[in-house]
Every structure is written in structure tokens, then in C-alpha cells.
Design a protein around this ligand. Structure first.
Ligand code: CO
Length: 415
């Protein structure tokens, strides 16, 4: 199916984004004949499995699980697990595959006993349980959550040869988060004029705590109760968590137990011993909350081998803590030329956005990469530009390049 020359939008086979919508697959003849002849596959010859109370993925998808599960030495719950981005599509991560980052395991919380206390510089200290929060106005939004350490391994001096999309970038997920706007609860408590910060504390054994500027709390923060239409799962803060759209994940304190309104940050262990950004001059940036504009190609990527030359779909996710993704561009020649990608219909603020490009691969080695531009005009930096200045691995949002080999294999590469 040859395209006219003007459908090529960038060098090395990248097609105009309108081609993506027209590209079909021709090898359907045999299947059509079988269906026409009334042939039945084995699973069509007897009734299928019984109804069930709770669903599970196909046994044929058992490889689609969280990856990179690692904990601090001597612990089982102080670490992280990663979303298998390379096997997923769309912008919502199945709840069972949402990444995890815990500082002292997952507490087993009885919702009948759990309370959220709002106190400090307020006129009326308040206490809420799940049942009382259920009576308040509800906000629900599809938004991303990203660990500030996501993509940190891409700051290493040498590109890890065995890295995958999820091993580098799997500490980001997307969900529909539903809960009560915190502005409603703080208005009820009555914030005193000199208040400027809120210290959020969790009910885990580490009492994970972060200081949050009051302005963010009043802007778009929620106490999340639901994720993807069901009650939060324990690994994501059951029965209630703080959710701060677009900000580094650890600040969205899980198992939320207390909100202390103050006039200064508390300098908790979780914002001084970690989650502060060391610079080359020995100083550190504190309270670096928003996640930068970013994208990554999830397919093709390592582990998803390509089966010879032809037209392929390049697909991935883009996001920005500053708002909506305006544009994503893809390169198939290591960043020399770029073509605009098609964006899926759901382009939402502080959400994952799915992009797709059509690529006519000639079967020769190629380097593919993506870059996102957000609604503020911020452009995702090259890896080298993103690393300038920072001496740590937090908040890395440089471009990810994948090397496609002549054999169809895909590997991590720096350009
Ligand atoms: Co930070």
C-alpha cells in the first residue's frame, strides 16, 4: 500500500499522522475463508467458563504483571514495583498494575476505625471517617501519578543494556481518582489567616509525612476515596489518601491520617533525608513538587521485537504536571527530524495522553524517540540537557531513545 511522497513527515520512514488512521492489514484472506465455511475453533464447540464474582485477565496475559519489585535490605515492603507500560494501551492503568512505592509496607487498615484529623491553624479541628466523607461533594478526574524517582536509572552514565520501558519509566500510572476536594474540608475547618502550609501524615508504620503549600491544597487537591471506580486498593492508600494532581507521587500521602495546618514546612524526614534534589554545588533544592513535561515510546520498546520491515505503529504516553499535553513529536533518526504524532481523544490536564505515529520501517537499524510539548509551551528536554545541573536522579524528564536493530530487537540507548 504505497503512500504518495507527501505522506512522509520526517526522515527514515515516519509517516504523516493522518496515515495512521488509514493504515490497514492485508493478510485476512485465510481467516475470511474459514469463517465463511463455518469452521469452529475448539473454544466454540462447548460452553465456556462459569460466571464469577471478580474478574481476572486472560491466562494468556499472565506476563503482564508489575516488574522490578525491590525492597530495602531486610524488608519486604519498603521499596517499589513498576507498571508494565510496554504491555498497556490507553491512559488508564489497571488498578492491579498501578506502580507502588511504600516506605514501610502496606498497612491493613480497618475503615471503621480510621480517621482523618484536620487541625492546627484552624478555627474548628475536624475528624472524618469514610462514611462522613462519603456525604461531601465529590470530584473525579483522570490524572497521572508519578514518583519523583521515576526514570532515575536513565541518569546513569552508561545506558543499561537490559533495561525495559517499565524498568526505567514504570513509576508512572494513570487512574480516575475520585474524592472530596480539600478546599471544601478546609473551608469548613476555617483556616486562620497566617496559615501557609499543610503537613500531611500517613497511617503507615513509617508515618510518611510531607509539607504541602496551602495554595496547592486549596487549588486542586482531593482526599481520594476511589480509584478507577472502586474503593482505593490497600497499596494505593485504602481507605483514603491525599491526591495532588501533577505533583511528585510521594507528596500524595497514602493512608491519610492527619492534615496539620501550619505557617511553615515541618522539614519531615521524608523531605530532608530524601525527596530533596542535590545540586553539583553541594546545595539542595527543597520542595520541588511539579513533575516536568515528559513522554516515552512504550511500543516498540525492549522486549517487543519487530517482525521484519513494514508499517508499524509507534505508540507511547506523554504527560505534564503543568497541565495538558499540546503536542507530541516522534523521530526515527535519532532526533534529527521529527513528525507530529496523532493524540488519542482524551487529552486531559495532568493526565497521561496516548500518542501514535505510523512508521514504515525499512529493516535497517534506527533510533526512535519522542518529545512532548505541554500547554505552557514547555518542551521535554534532551537527556543531556535534562541532566545539566542536577547531581541526583529525581525529576529526570529527558527524552528516551530506543535502538531498533536490524534483527528487530529493541534496546535502551543514549543519544
Ligand atoms: Co521533588
Amino acid at each position: 500500500m504505497p503512500e504518495p511522497d507527501n505522506t512522509f513527515a520526517a526522515a527514515n520512514g515516519l509517516l504523516h499522522r493522518r496515515v495512521f488512521l488509514k493504515t490497514g492489514v492485508a493478510a485476512v484472506g485465510l481467516l475470511t475463508a474459514q469463517v465463511a465455511a463455518g469452521t469452529r475453533d475448539p473454544w466454540m464447540k462447548e460452553p465456556g467458563a462459569a460466571l464469577g464474582e471478580s474478574g481476572a485477565p486472560s491466562d494468556h496475559e499472565s506476563h503482564v504483571v508489575r516488574t522490578g519489585i525491590g525492597s530495602q535490605p531486610g524488608t519486604t515492603g519498603s521499596g517499589a514495583s513498576r507498571t508494565p507500560l510496554e504491555f498497556l494501551d490507553g491512559i488508564v492503568t489497571p488498578s492491579r498494575l498501578h506502580f507502588e512505592r511504600h516506605h514501610s509496607g502496606i498497612p491493613d487498615i480497618d475503615p471503621a476505625r480510621h480517621r482523618l484529623v484536620i487541625h492546627g491553624l484552624v478555627d474548628r479541628p475536624l475528624s472524618f471517617d469514610v462514611e462522613s466523607l462519603d456525604r461531601y461533594p465529590r470530584a473525579s478526574r483522570i490524572q497521572f501519578l508519578e514518583c519523583s524517582g521515576n526514570s532515575g536509572s536513565a541518569t546513569a552514565p552508561v545506558a543499561a543494556a537490559d533495561a525495559t520501558c517499565s524498568s526505567i519509566h514504570g513509576l508512572v500510572s494513570g487512574s480516575e481518582w475520585g474524592g472530596v476536594p480539600l478546599a471544601v474540608l478546609l473551608d469548613e475547618a476555617g483556616v486562620k489567616p497566617k496559615a501557609s502550609w499543610v503537613v500531611a501524615g500517613g497511617a503507615d508504620a513509617a508515618m510518611m509525612s510531607r509539607s504541602i503549600p496551602l495554595a496547592k491544597i486549596m487549588d486542586d487537591a482531593i482526599v481520594a476515596l476511589y480509584q478507577n471506580g472502586e474503593r482505593l486498593r490497600p497499596a494505593n492508600g485504602y481507605p483514603m489518601r491525599l491526591f495532588l494532581p501533577g505533583w511528585e507521587g510521594n507528596a500524595s500521602v497514602k493512608w491519610l491520617r492527619s492534615l496539620t495546618v501550619t505557617d511553615q514546612p515541618a522539614m519531615t524526614k521524608d523531605e530532608t533525608s530524601k525527596y530533596s534534589d542535590l545540586m553539583h554545588d553541594g546545595k539542595a533544592k527543597l520542595f520541588t513538587f511539579p513533575m516536568g513535561v515528559k513522554s516515552v515510546i512504550t511500543s516498540p520498546s525492549p522486549g517487543l521485537a519487530m517482525a521484519g520491515s513494514g508499517v508499524y505503529q509507534i505508540s507511547g504516553i506523554a504527560w505534564s504536571g503543568a497541565g495538558s499535553v499540546r503536542r507530541v513529536e516522534v523521530s526515527a533518526d535519532g532526533g534529527n527530524t521529527w513528525a507530529e504524532s496523532a493524540l488519542d481523544a482524551h487529552v486531559l490536564p495532568k493526565s497521561l495522553t496516548r500518542f501514535r505515529s505510523a512508521w514504515r520501517w525499512d529493516g535497517k537499524p534506527a533510533v526512535i524517540m519522542s518529545r512532548a510539548i505541554d500547554e505552557t509551551g514547555a518542551v521535554q528536554p534532551t537527556r543531556v540537557a535534562a541532566l545539566a545541573g542536577l547531581a541526583n536522579f529525581y525529576h529526570h524528564n529527558g527524552m528516551q531513545a530506543w535502538q531498533v536493530g536490524a534483527d528487530g530487537g529493541v534496546t535502551n540507548v543514549y543519544v
